[in-house]
Ligand binder design. Structure first.
Ligand code: ADP
Length: 516
C-alpha cells in the first residue's frame, strides 16, 4: 500500500467512514478522492480569516485554486482586496493590546498547542500541500515537520526574550534595555513552501507578542487556511492571526499604507521585494525580506564524488528546483568535470517524475505554465550560446507542467541559466580551473542567499566558505535549512534572518529606559 493510500485511508476512516474505494483506482480519481476527503476534514477552510471569523470577499468575488498536476479545480477562495485587508489590520491592531500583555509563558503554551495540532494533522496538511503545490507527498510531509518546528522552537524562544541592564554613567541612574513587540505584522508568503514560509514568520511574531495579517500566495492558500484553523483550535485568540488573499498588489498596498502595521515580512521574488521596500518608506516600517538567490554549488577536484553527486542532487532537485536555495549554478573543477557530469546525469536520470501522490515520485509538476515557459526560454538561450543538453531539456511526456529533469553542460556565466534563477529542474554545469576563479564566478551576482561547496580539504573549506558572499553555506551537504539556524541572504537576496535565536530580533523593538 502506498504512503498516499495509507494516509488517504486514515482520512477516509476518520471522516468518511462509509465511502469505499476500489483497490486500484486511477491517479486522477485517487487525487479527486483525496480532495473530496480533505474537504470534509476538520481543517479544510476556503474563506479568509478576520477577527476569528471565516468570511468571504465583500463583493463575493472568488479565485480558483488548482492542482498543478492535473489542472483540476480544488476550491474557490475569496478574492479579497483593500477593504478586507483594512478589516484584518483593525482586528490585528485590537488583538495586539491583549496578546502583547500576556506573559511569555502564556503565549508559549498557545504556540505549543498549535504545534501539537499541526503535528497531529501532519497527514492532511501534507496532502493539502501536494494537492495545491504539487510536491511529492513525502516532501510535503517533510515540509509539515519543518514548518511546525518553527512553532515549537519559538514557543520555547518566547520565554527567552531577554533585555539588559547597562552599568550607569551616573550614580543615581539605572539604565535598562527592554525588548518589546513591534506591533501588527504583515506577512506576505510564496507558493513553494505553503506552510513553512508562514510558520517561519508567524512563530517568532506571535512568540514575542506581535499580531499578524498573513497574505499567502493565491496559488496555495488552502494550507495557510488549514494552519490558521488549527491556530484557532489551539485557542489562539481571534484577531491574533488573520489571513487574507486575492488581489496581491491591493492587499500589499493596504498593508504598506497603514500606520497600524509596523512591520512587513516577505518571502518571494526580488522584484516584488523591492516594491515592498520602496512602499514601506511611506510609513517607515520595519522590513524583513527573503528574496531570490542564484546559488552556486562548487565541486572541487578533491571532493568525494558520491557525496558531491548526492548533495548536488538534493540541492538542485528538491521541490523540482523551485526553492530560492536550490543550486542554480553547478561549478565543477576541470579535473573532475567529466566524471562528475557522467555520475550526476546517471543520478538525475533515475529521478521519477509524476503526480506527487504516486509512490516513488520525487519530481512533481512545476507550479504553472509561466514557470515552464521560463525554464524553456532559459534552456533555449543556453543552447543558442553553445551549451549542450546531455539529459532532458524538454517538457515531460506527462504533459501539463511537468518538465524533464535536465542536465546542461558547457554553460558559461553570460547565459541566462547562470545569471538568473531558473526555478525549475535544470542543472547547468560550468567549468572552472582554480579556487580563485570559482570564488569569482560564484560571487559575480547581485544575489547572496545560499551556496554549497564540496571538498575534502579542511583549509579550503574555511577559506572558500568565508570568501563566498552568501548568507548560508553548505559544506559537503545539500540541504541545510533548520529552525535552529539563521536563514537569510546578503546583497540583493534580502534583509534580516528567520529561524534561530536571531529570528525573533526581527519582531522586537529595543527600548531604552533611564531611571533616576
Ligand atoms: P513568485 O514569482 O515566486 O510567485 P512573487 O514575489 O510574485 O513570487 O510572490 C510572492 C508573494 O508576493 C505572493 O503571495 C504574491 O501574491 C505576493 N505579491 C505579488 N505581487 C505583490 C505586490 N505588488 N504587493 C504585495 N504582494 C505581492
Amino acid at each position: 500500500m502506498t504512503v498516499a493510500r495509507l494516509a488517504l485511508c486514515k482520512i477516509l476512516s476518520s471522516h468518511l467512514p462509509r465511502l469505499h474505494l476500489p483497490s486500484a483506482f486511477s491517479s486522477a480519481s485517487r487525487q479527486m478522492s483525496i480532495a473530496a476527503a480533505l474537504k470534509n476534514s476538520s481543517i479544510f477552510r476556503s474563506q479568509g480569516l478576520i477577527g476569528g471569523n471565516w468570511i468571504g470577499s465583500h463583493d463575493g468575488k472568488t479565485i480558483q485554486v488548482n492542482n498543478p498536476a492535473t489542472g483540476e479545480i480544488i476550491a474557490d477562495v475569496p478574492f479579497m482586496g483593500r477593504q478586507e485587508t483594512s478589516d484584518a489590520i483593525s482586528s490585528a491592531y485590537q488583538a495586539f493590546h491583549s496578546w502583547s500583555k500576556l506573559t511569555a509563558a502564556e503565549r508559549s503554551k498557545y504556540l505549543r498547542k498549535w504545534y501539537d495540532l499541526l503535528m497531529s494533522h501532519k497527514e492532511e496538511l501534507g496532502q493539502l500541500i501536494t494537492l495545491e503545490q504539487g510536491k511529492p507527498l513525502k516532501e510535503a510531509l517533510g515540509e509539515v515537520g519543518y514548518g511546525a518546528s518553527f512553532i515549537e522552537f519559538f514557543a520555547e524562544e518566547a520565554k527567552r526574550v531577554y533585555g539588559d541592564i547597562i552599568p550607569a554613567t551616573l550614580n543615581d541612574r539605572r539604565l535598562f534595555v527592554l525588548k518589546q513587540p513591534v506591533g501588527v505584522v504583515g506577512a506576505i508568503t510564496p507558493w513553494n513552501f505553503p506552510l513553512a514560509m508562514i510558520t517561519r514568520k508567524v512563530g517568532p511574531a506571535l512568540a514575542c507578542g506581535c499580531t499578524v495579517v498573513v497574505k499567502p500566495s493565491e496559488l496555495t492558500p488552502l494550507t495557510a487556511l488549514a494552519a490558521a484553523e488549527l491556530a484557532l483550535q489551539a485557542g489562539i485568540p481571534p484577531g491574533v492571526l488573520n489571513v487574507v488573499m486575492g488581489n496581491a498588489p491591493e492587499i500589499g498596498d493596504a498593508l504598506l499604507s497603514s500606520s497600524q502595521v509596523r512591520k512587513i515580512t516577505f518571502t518571494g521574488s526580488t522584484a516584488v521585494g523591492k516594491k515592498l521596500m520602496a512602499g514601506a518608506a511611506g510609513t517607515v516600517k520595519r522590513l524583513s525580506l527573503e528574496l531570490g538567490g542564484n546559488a552556486p554549488c562548487i565541486v572541487f577536484d578533491d571532493a568525494d564524488l558520491d557525496v558531491a553527486v548526492k548533495g548536488t542532487l538534493a540541492a538542485k532537485f528538491r521541490n523540482s528546483g523551485q526553492t530560492c536555495v536550490c543550486a542554480n549554478r553547478v561549478l565543477v573543477q576541470d579535473g573532475i568535470y567529466e566524471k562528475f557530469a557522467e555520475a550526476f546525469s546517471k543520478a538525475v536520470q533515475n529521478l521519477q517524475v509524476g503526480d506527487g501522490f504516486t509512490e516513488g515520485v520525487v519530481q512533481g509538476p512545476l507550479i504553472n505554465e509561466a514557470a515552464v515557459q521560463k525554464v524553456e526560454s532559459f534552456v533555449q538561450d543556453a543552447i543558442s550560446k553553445g551549451a549542450k543538453v546531455i539529459l532532458g531539456g524538454k517538457r515531460h511526456s506527462l504533459g501539463m507542467t511537468f518538465y524533464e529533469p535536465t542536465v546542461v553542460t558547457d554553460v558559461r556565466s553570460e547565459m541566462l541559466l547562470a545569471r538568473e534563477e531558473v526555478f525549475g529542474p535544470v542543472a547547468p554545469l560550468l567549468r572552472f580551473k582554480t579556487e580563485d576563479e570559482a570564488i569569482h564566478i560564484a560571487n559575480d551576482t547581485n544575489a547572496g542567499l545560499a551556496a554549497y561547496i564540496f571538498t575534502n580539504n579542511v583549509q579550503r573549506t574555511w577559506r572558500v566558505s568565508e570568501a563566498l558572499e552568501y548568507g548560508l553555506v553548505g559544506v559537503n551537504e545539500g540541504i541545510i535549512s533548520t529552525e535552529v539556524a539563521p536563514f537569510g541572504g546578503v546583497k540583493q537576496s534580502g534583509l534580516g534572518r528567520e529561524g534561530s535565536k536571531y529570528g525573533i530580533d526581527e519582531y522586537v523593538e529595543v527600548i531604552f529606559d533611564a531611571v533616576n
